[in-house]
Design a protein. Sequence first.
Length: 97
Amino acid sequence: MNIETMNLLPFAVIWAVLAVIVIFLILYRRSIAHQEDDTLRVLEGSEAISQQVQVAKRLEVIDRWGKMLTVVALVYGVAVGVAYVYQNWVRASNLGM
């Protein structure tokens, strides 16, 4: 199967799913970040400190996955877009002949 006759809809759906996952990660990170306390707590118990360490670790994991999936979604979206433009360009040039 060549690119001129390929149905790009499944690839667009995969890209949309990736985009929804990235948006979900953005919203999830925002909800976790609300639990973060930016003040320095030196004299408080270790429980408050350990909770902030856990929140920071969760944010690091979300950030790492968010960055990776954002890059994948962008590259994949550009590839699907280029394939769509190329497919239409080939069709238009074949109609002109």
